[in-house]
Design a protein around this ligand. Structure first.
Ligand code: FMN
Ligand code: SF4
Ligand code: SF4
Length: 320
């Protein structure tokens, strides 16, 4: 279904039903969550095959990033490898030439945490890769909240890479400013994040992580990682993105503001935007907020729980 523009003030029975469903979901999960143990191991990630080689010449650092946090950490990591004399292929995973995989001796992949997990887009990318044949692999995530299930989200990246016969050597989570629009106001009030993360402290940790990964490979060490059943992990079983979508009553492109720069199209992982019709296919949209977060012209209209959403670029230009 293509969502047609309508006036933001318009109320509908659909909205009432959404609100009811959302409240029901929240109540159900509140009742269920306290019964979940927070330390139960649900998967132990180990090497599926021996490491191909302990010699490194070429390293790939690939990331998926909506608002730049994961990209910045990846760029720092790539630079630190380059400074040590390695050949580095780095960039957005959507632009990665898969034929280069045969020349790679180490693969590092980073994503943001979306809805307590690594985004489906990144999972699908990994699933589309050929057999990694024992290439050492390391994961990192950037996340916005201290209880964002970040460890498990990074485990998911490794789980997927191990399915492809990658050999796990490292996993790390780095805090970034939240790109989830509904949290911006509380983020802006926090006093412990000047300058906003990721910042120089983060980058020091990123470089240290790079050193760790290299030492793991050069000494032939693989690591074992445990995914545990946290409350946040439990909530992923109920598809939090889908419940969030129920709270959206408007999502379209404002024709008068749009300069057709194409950024939203480029950022949309589900090809849900039609710039000719100025519409968004709300069925295929995965509510990543990439369009609204990256539009510099306030041309994406989104209403969440009757409140107009402000995007990342707009908000952080002038945080209140
Ligand atoms: C749709 C969406 C869902 C998010 N979900 C989580 C989450 O579950 N846990 C968390 O810690 N941060 C969450 N965040 C915040 C991002 O993980 C965090 O800001 C990340 O650093 C953004 O990376 P990027 O700038 O590379 O896109 C979410 C952000 C968005 C846009
Ligand atoms: S990013 Fe904004 S201005 Fe650019 S095409 Fe999309 S809606 Fe229009
Ligand atoms: S249309 Fe949906 S999936 Fe596409 S960028 Fe916007 S929020 Fe993300």
């Amino acid at each position: 279904m293509s969502h047609q523009p309508k006036k933001p003030t318009e109320k509908s029975s659909m909205e009432t039903r959404r609100s009811f469903l959302k409240k029901t979901a929240l109540a159900a999960s509140t009742m269920a969550l306290p019964t979940v143990s927070s330390c139960m191991t649900i998967n132990t990630i180990t090497a599926p095959v021996p490491m191909r080689s302990t010699k490194i010449k070429t390293i790939a650092v690939l990331w998926y990033s909506q608002t730049g946090n994961t990209q910045k950490c990846g760029a720092v990591l790539a630079k630190s490898f380059e400074e040590k004399g390695f050949t580095v292929i780095s960039g957005d995973l959507g632009h990665f030439d898969r034929t280069q995989l045969q020349d790679i001796d180490l693969l590092v992949m980073g994503t943001p945490v979306f809805y307590y997990d690594t985004p489906d887009y990144a999972k699908e990318f990994i699933r589309s890769l050929p057999d990694l044949k024992g290439i050492p692999v390391a994961a990192y995530v950037t996340f916005g909240g201290p209880e964002g299930n970040q460890h498990n989200a990074a485990c998911t990246i490794l789980e997927e890479l191990v399915q492809k016969n990658g050999v796990p050597v490292g996993l790390k989570a780095f805090m970034g400013v939240s790109s989830y629009p509904l949290t911006f106001e509380s983020e802006a009030k926090r006093t412990d994040q000047t300058p906003l993360p990721p910042n120089q402290d983060t980058y020091e940790n990123v470089r240290a992580y790079g050193e760790f990964i290299l030492s793991q490979v050069e000494t032939g060490k693989t690591s074992e990682f445990k995914k545990t059943l946290t409350l946040r992990e439990f909530s992923t079983y109920f598809n939090p993105m889908w419940w969030n979508k129920l709270a959206i009553s408007d999502h379209y492109i404002i024709k008068e503001n749009c300069v057709k720069c194409g950024t939203c199209i480029e950022k949309c992982p589900s090809h849900s935007i039609d710039l000719d019709a100025f519409s968004v296919n709300t069925d295929t949209c995965v509510l990543c907020f990439g369009c609204i977060n990256n539009c510099d012209y306030q041309a994406v209209n989104m209403v969440y729980n009757s409140k107009t959403v402000t995007g990342f670029n707009t908000f952080w230009k002038n945080p209140v």
